[in-house]
Write a protein that binds this ligand. Structure first.
Ligand SMILES: Nc1ncnc2c1ncn2[C@@H]1O[C@H](COP(=O)(O)OP(=O)(O)O)[C@@H](O)[C@H]1O
Ligand SMILES: [Mg+2]
Ligand SMILES: [Zn+2]
Length: 521
């Protein structure tokens, strides 16, 4: 009996788990059995490995014996094609084609083509992170994924492009590797923040006039507040939403790795410079399914738009048109910052901490606030339309604003007058710094995350400052939660102004950003 072991990684959600791959060759009728809870796509690994071996001039079946490959732990669901390399090397080691101990300190990730080529796979970053956490210092990955694997500090990465190359490497023969050993340490020096991308492609200075709306988007960016914009078609809602990510600070190293891991699993990483350093932007269409938003899929669980927007912006244009089940499904991530999908025996978690931007027409026909044009909607239809944005969802939205289209005079104004994204982003960054130093030692990073009770307890404001908001409460124009939201926004306005705490002016301004309280709460 001959036995050899290698290691691969099973990625569940965005977390990798080390899997031992054991190949056993024993006397008997030639056969190839794969055990240890493989799914259908993994079972096809047998065919790929067999064909790749034959096309790489290896004898098959190995010395005409019974081959069993066992993946453990058996309880872990294993899917996909990324186990091919580990399986192939284990078989070769069991057969003594390569030294039997060769797979001991290395993790192998990669799919084999029938011709013996090594093909790129999804989820390389989380897989290599798992290897690193397990104390493994060396990984073999598809050459096309070497940059991504290289994001993990201190990891020795070998990118291979064919099974023949892997065999030569394992035998210690000289190999020419096109993409050799990118080590994470080099990339780490760069701080993980690349500010060269997205230079003014969608600049805030494109938005003419609309002083109020521009100020509001700045407040949203600074405090991380969710935002609802209500206005007729052409008011500039989409324009503003698309410019929000540009105002947000770049992702720090940890966030960049988290975001990159999600996009790695989804297969949406740009090749070349795989680290995502800017807050992502996702704008799913209103016909999107629940699975498209929160994640799903029949065999592979893929992250949805809410997870792809992790640490960035999820923009839902024409929000009331989304299926009620979709809007309902957003409650969980808004509450916990993650999405939990149960599938068969497994529970899969995807991170989903996003800034929500909702846009809506004022009524189903969209014309309700455009002067001189008639709205054809019945009062009932209007109520039903906004009723779809349920209380629990809107409860979390601090900023709600009615927008009118820019006037003709505003649109004629000199484009050079409007502040650019760079100018506003600098103020946002300064406000964030004030915020984070105040919030040091708390679990919160931005004002939008601070619960109302904590805000009242830890940062009380003088009664005369709160008075204006309290008055609206007494008049029935604000709920108690509405008051909390107004104060949260007032804090952000103060942070933007470089003030130690909000005064009556900031509260008054925050109240103005609640213009649609009555129609949409
Ligand atoms: N304030 C503005 N400044 C410059 N162009 C604007 C402005 N508002 C609207 N536009 C023009 O109108 C178009 C429609 O705006 P959009 O953001 O799609 O509106 P909405 O999403 O509210 O329907 C934009 O592409 C832009 O060309
Ligand atoms: Mg639009
Ligand atoms: Zn209408």
């Amino acid at each position: 009996m001959t036995l050899a072991t290698t290691r691969a990684v099973a990625v569940v959600g965005v977390r990798g788990h080390i899997v031992e791959v054991e190949a056993d060759l024993s006397p008997g009728v030639p056969s190839f059995v794969l055990v240890g809870l493989p799914d259908a796509s993994l079972n096809e690994s047998r065919d790929r490995v067999r064909a790749a071996m034959v096309n790489s001039h290896q004898e098959w079946p190995p010395t005409k014996r019974r081959l069993t490959v066992n993946l453990s732990p058996a309880s872990l669901p294993k899917r996909g094609s990324s186990f091919d390399l580990a399986i192939a090397l284990a078989v070769l080691a069991a057969d003594h084609v390569v030294p039997p101990g060769v797979g001991a300190d290395v993790v192998l990730i990669g799919e084999l083509g029938l011709d013996g080529r090594v093909r790129p796979v999804r989820g390389v970053l989380p897989a290599v992170l798992a290897a690193s956490e397990a104390g493994i210092a060396s990984v073999v990955v598809p050459a096309a994924n070497a940059d991504e694997a290289g994001l993990v500090p201190g990891m020795r990465v070998t990118g291979v492009s064919s099974l023949a190359q892997l065999i030569a490497l394992a035998r210690g023969e000289p190999v020419h590797l096109e993409l050799e050993a990118a080590t994470g340490a080099d990339l780490d020096d760069a701080g993980g923040v690349d500010e060269t991308d997205d230079p003014g492609r969608l600049d805030l200075s494109d938005v003419l006039g609309q002083a109020d709306a521009r100020a509001m988007i700045e407040v949203a960016a600074a405090g991380g507040h969710h935002l609802l914009m209500v206005g007729p078609p052409g008011a500039g809602k989409t324009m503003l939403a698309e410019r929000l990510p540009g105002l947000l600070p770049p992702l720090d190293r940890e966030a960049a790795i988290d975001v990159t891991a999600v996009h790695s699993v989804a297969g949406t990483l740009p090749s070349g410079s795989p680290l995502v350093t800017r807050p992502p932007f996702q704008a799913p269409h209103h016909t999107a399914s629940v699975a498209a938003i929160v994640g799903g899929g029949s065999s592979h669980l893929r992250p949805g738009a809410a997870s792809l927007a992790h640490r960035g912006v999820l923009f839902m244009d024409e929000a009331p048109e989304f299926a009620p089940a979709v809007l309902d499904a957003l409650r969980q991530p808004l509450e916990s910052g993650e999405i939990c999908v149960s599938r068969l025996a497994a529970q899969v978690r995807f991170p989903a901490q996003f800034q929500l931007v909702l846009a809506a027409n004022p009524c189903p026909c969209g014309m309700a606030v455009v002067r001189g044009r008639d709205c054809t909607c019945s009062p009932m239809a209007k109520l039903r339309y906004f009723g779809r944005l349920s209380g629990p969802l809107l409860d979390r939205v601090d900023l709600r604003r009615e927008m009118r289209p820019a006037t003709r005079r505003e649109l004629r104004a000199d484009r050079g007058m409007a502040e650019t994204t760079a100018v506003v982003a600098a103020r946002v960054l300064a406000a964030r710094e004030r915020m984070t130093s105040r919030l040091t030692g708390t679990p919160w990073r931005a004002n939008a995350e601070v619960p109302g009770h904590a805000m009242r307890r830890d940062w009380p404001l003088p009664w005369d400052v709160v008075a204006a908001a309290e008055r609206e409460l007494d008049r029935g124009n604000l709920t108690a939660r509405g008051v909390d939201r107004v104060l949260r926004v007032a804090w952000t306005i103060a942070d933007l102004a470089g003030r130690d705490q909000p005064g009556s002016d900031e509260v008054a301004m925050a109240l103005r950003y609640r213009g649609v309280e009555r129609s949409a709460a």
